[in-house]
Design a protein around this ligand. Structure first.
Ligand code: HEC
Ligand code: HEC
Length: 294
């Protein structure tokens, strides 16, 4: 390590503990419409499940996120069952909406993974209805998945990430146009978070403006702790230009790639997606600018 890097690192370590940024929260009154709880469960599995669903306990009690780079610290997705002492138990519908629209928790902490500024009201309402339902997977459980502890570098990274501004927008779900539906799903299922250049150059408000949108190359860790790069999903020969819709559907819902190899963690499986939804995602991906990966 040369002197310059040493000085910078030392400065970061000294400064960062002071960087525990507290954001202002707004109290909003939100009355969810009477939503379909079954659709809510499907959406909660699809949108929140990859982080919050625990396959051992078969409920939404959270877990450690192993794919995050170690230098950021230890990150645990919270227990989002209705337990009053845990993550989601105390949230009102207004606070949940605020968290998903801005990425700011009810205690003013930034949680960028949850930021979904473009989610339709209909889907928000269904997720809230499910989280407040009597389904076994959200019944109060006091299981504590562990407490997120960012390293100084992780905290510094967070201090550069901007939360969203709350807008009282009634966002409509796209109708049956497959391209618009595909775009909506790539946004709200966060495919572009992992399948673009990296996490720090994402544009959550306008996903297509993210660096290397869907071109892959984001460096994550697999279950064995090995570094892997996410694949390119743009319509280029080094992406999915030669894939069929059926191959794409099998990859996303069953985790088997075009060459029959098993697609591994941290790629989440999305078995709850309907055929219309996977073909919409596929149709949309065919319309985005192709990117070549080496
Ligand atoms: C990419 C992973 C990821 C996804 C997807 C995700 N979360 Fe989270 N969530 C986390 C992590 C990590 C934390 C804990 C953050 C911390 O402690 O700083 C968390 C915390 C929470 C909390 C607790 C906040 C608090 O005040 O302690 C709630 C509530 C929550 N998530 C709800 C949701 C809902 C609802 C969805 C789906 C619409 C969702 N999350 C999707 C990773 C995720
Ligand atoms: C948490 C990060 C993450 C998210 C979110 C994610 N993926 Fe992936 N995806 C990966 C990784 C990592 C791989 C490669 C895994 C491997 O090499 O085994 C992958 C592989 C794939 C593949 C196989 C590509 C190939 O060349 O074999 C497809 C198709 C795919 N993802 C589609 C999607 C779609 C569609 C979404 C959203 C609905 C999505 N992914 C969301 C991380 C993610």
């Amino acid at each position: 390590m040369d002197l310059k890097t040493g000085t910078i690192l030392a400065a970061l370590t000294l400064l960062a503990p002071g960087c525990k940024i507290q954001y202002k929260t707004e109290k909003i009154n939100y009355n969810p419409s009477r939503a379909n709880v079954r659709e809510g469960k499907r959406l909660t599995m699809l949108v929140c499940g990859s982080c919050h669903y625990n396959f051992e306990t078969k409920d939404f009690t959270g877990k450690k996120l192993e794919d995050s780079p170690k230098f950021l610290g230890k990150i645990y997705a919270a227990n989002i069952t209705q337990h009053p002492g845990q993550g989601a138990g105390q949230y009102t519908p207004g606070e949940l909406v605020y968290l998903l629209r801005t990425g700011i928790s009810r205690s003013g902490r930034l949680m960028p993974y949850m930021h979904r500024p473009n989610m339709a009201e209909e889907d928000l309402d269904a997720i809230i209805a499910y989280l407040k339902s009597d389904d076994h997977a959200v019944r109060p459980s006091d299981r504590n998945p562990g407490k997120t502890k960012y390293s100084p570098i992780g905290r510094l990274g967070l201090s550069f990430t901007k939360p969203g501004k709350y807008q009282d927008a009634r966002i409509q779900k796209p109708g049956s146009d497959p391209i618009l539906l595909g775009k909506y799903l790539v946004d709200n299922l966060a495919c572009f978070h992992c399948h673009s250049k990296n996490f720090t150059s994402l544009d959550v408000q306008e996903p297509e403006r993210s660096k290397g949108f869907m071109g892959g190359g984001n460096k994550l860790r697999n279950a064995a702790g090995k570094k892997i790069q996410t694949p390119n999903l743009t319509p280029h020969a080094t992406g999915i230009a030669n894939w069929t819709e059926g191959e794409f559907r099998r990859a996303v819902t069953a985790g088997i790639s075009k060459d029959n190899s098993v697609i591994s963690y941290p790629m989440p499986l999305f078995p709850e997606l309907t055929e219309a939804e996977t073909s919409a995602i596929f149709a949309y991906l065919k319309t985005i600018p192709p990117i070549e990966t080496k």
